[in-house]
Design a binder for this molecule. Structure first.
Ligand SMILES: [Cu+2]
Length: 158
């Protein structure tokens, strides 16, 4: 037992230089071997396989279960038996992707970056006027709290 703790495992996989996470093809040949990752902002995921029987790729999709790639999304290019595709994620987001030739076989995966929630610049709900501050419960509660403290202080002085 003690030996197992002290001696590091010999077969620990080594990551290629520049990669924080590695995604390959699993033993079935029709799935990624690492289908859900949680990473920090600034980290790099590497999709790497060599001499696979089937050709695969990495294509970003807009929604889970999509079988058509997202227009303008990340794309490793045409499916190939050997691929080295790397993405560094700098923003909070949930990155969904699939393999085009095998999308209908559910060959897909996701990368959750940071909070997993993208910061949207122009959300439709912001178009309903400038009274956002008045509708923010947390903000209102803080103001009421300060008013109550002030009222107590004023009444104590009198
Ligand atoms: Cu595939």
């Amino acid at each position: 037992m003690i030996d197992k703790v002290l001696i590091p495992p010999v077969d620990e996989p080594t990551l290629p230089v520049g990669c924080d996470y590695l995604v390959g093809i699993d033993d079935t040949g029709f799935a990624y071997d690492n289908t859900e990752l949680s990473i920090n902002k600034g980290e790099t995921v590497c999709w790497i396989w060599n001499d696979e029987t089937m050709a695969h790729n990495v294509a970003q999709i807009a929604n889970e279960g999509d079988t058509a790639r997202m227009i303008g999304g990340a794309y490793s290019g045409e499916a190939m038996t050997s691929v080295d595709y790397r993405l560094t994620f700098d923003e909070d987001q949930t990155f969904l992707y699939m393999c085009e030739p095998h999308a209908t076989m559910d060959m897909a995966g996701k990368v959750i970056v940071g909070t997993g929630i993208e910061q949207v610049q122009d959300s439709p709900s912001d178009n309903y006027g400038d009274d956002d501050d008045n509708n923010t419960p947390g903000f209102t509660v803080i103001l009421l709290g300060i008013a109550a403290i002030a009222a107590v202080m004023v009444s104590r002085r009198q």
